[in-house]
Design a protein around this ligand. Structure first.
Ligand code: PLP
Length: 366
């Protein structure tokens, strides 16, 4: 028997979430699949999104783009941080990539390019203050690019800092700055990450850029009206492989941070921080045993964790434990651990990944 920890990636759920995103915003979609599609596996995710005729895919850097092209992905590909140096341009031409342009050094590199012109996504810094041109720099940057023979199509873009806080009007301020700065431009626009797609319809523009919501996870910290429409793509599961009956007053796991306050049946689960489960998740975090909710007890170890089986007296060795997935959103687990589901997904390692629902619904046998 092999170690039971595994991640199951449901590609039908991915198709569903994409069509939900499309139903919210009838625009063109860039599927954001940087960082190996947030740990879900960029190639299989890209293959499904390509089958679903997504308009574009976005990755962080050229290395991630090349992996997809070499795997046969033909969909337009966007580099979200653009290029870091002029040596990337021949590769961008060869692999047919477009780039975000976010600072003048990149414009200077483009002006010296002598190959095929590129499509570029011109980033306006409306308040994220990470990358992008400030409003007063935007028009000059645009004019330089428009006059540059090495530039084909220009798309106007920005990125939100707080769109996942549904009550925070900072997003509206960013939208206003974007509209104000680009009001005399006729080019297409692109503003929204998942939170923007789900909560800020006034910002949908011509293109949307969802990542997390396609994976069926909500970017919002609390409940959101669209939560129930998202189907989790990743399910992280394992099994109970040992059961202990402990008396009251007994400490559990490293550091003896949790002490039983009553006689407690403890299940030991084959899952730990070496698999990507967050070590900083405190006692009390939610977990499912046979689909029933219970809680983590004591510190997470490298390969194991301990859970409370008092609420589930019939639980036995070999029973399924769901760390996140259907019935237990990764966002909720992340909240307990003081992080976000993005980080949980990206940290996934060691566990084998199994893909289900690969075939298109149309060709699937009943
Ligand atoms: C990662 C990223 C996205 C996608 O964000 P989600 O919150 O996962 O939807 C969109 N735009 C940019 C620029 C990004 O870096």
């Amino acid at each position: 028997m092999s170690r039971p920890a595994k991640a199951t990636i449901n590609l039908s759920a991915l198709r569903h979430n994409l069509s939900f995103a499309r139903s919210l915003a009838g625009n063109k979609v860039i599927g954001v699949i940087k960082a190996d599609a947030y740990g879900h596996g960029a190639i299989p995710i890209a293959q499904v999104l390509q089958e679903e005729q997504i308009d574009c895919l976005a990755v962080a850097c050229i290395e991630e783009a090349i992996v997809l092209r070499e795997a046969g992905i033909k969909t337009p590909l966007l580099l979200l941080e653009g290029f870091y140096g002029s040596d990337e341009l021949p590769l961008m031409e060869y692999y047919n990539l477009s780039a975000v342009i976010q600072q003048k050094e990149q414009i200077e590199i483009l002006q010296k390019w002598s190959g095929k012109p590129f499509d570029i996504w011109l980033k306006l810094d409306t308040g994220m203050h990470r990358i992008g041109f400030l409003p007063e720099e935007y028009k000059p940057a645009y004019t330089q690019l428009r006059n540059c023979p090495n530039v084909n199509r220009i798309i106007l873009m920005t990125h939100f800092a707080c769109a996942d806080e549904s009550e925070n009007d900072y997003t509206q301020q960013q939208i206003d700055i974007f509209r104000q700065t680009t009001k005399n431009f006729t080019e297409e626009t692109c503003l929204c990450n998942s939170a923007g797609v789900m909560h800020w319809p006034q910002a949908h523009g011509d293109w949307i850029r969802p990542g997390l919501m396609m994976l069926g996870s909500s970017p919002f910290n609390g409940p959101h009206e669209h939560d129930h429409q998202l189907q989790p793509v990743m399910e992280l599961t394992s099994q109970i492989f040992a059961i202990r009956k402990l008396n009251a007053g007994v400490p559990i796991s490293y550091g003896a941070t949790y002490v039983t306050d009553r006689p407690t049946t403890v299940g030991v689960v084959a899952m730990g921080y070496a698999d990507g489960y967050p070590r900083h998740a405190p006692s009390g975090g939610p977990v499912l045993v046979n689909g029933q909710r219970t809680r983590v007890l004591g510190r997470i170890s490298m390969d194991m964790m301990t859970v409370d089986l008092n609420p589930i007296p019939e639980a036995k060795i070999g029973d399924t434990v769901t760390l996140w997935g259907k019935g237990l959103p990764a966002t909720e687990v992340a909240h307990h651990a003081g992080t976000i589901s993005y980080e949980l997904f990206c940290n996934l390692k060691r566990v084998p990944i199994q893909y289900v629902g690969r075939s298109n619904a149309k060709s699937e046998k009943p």
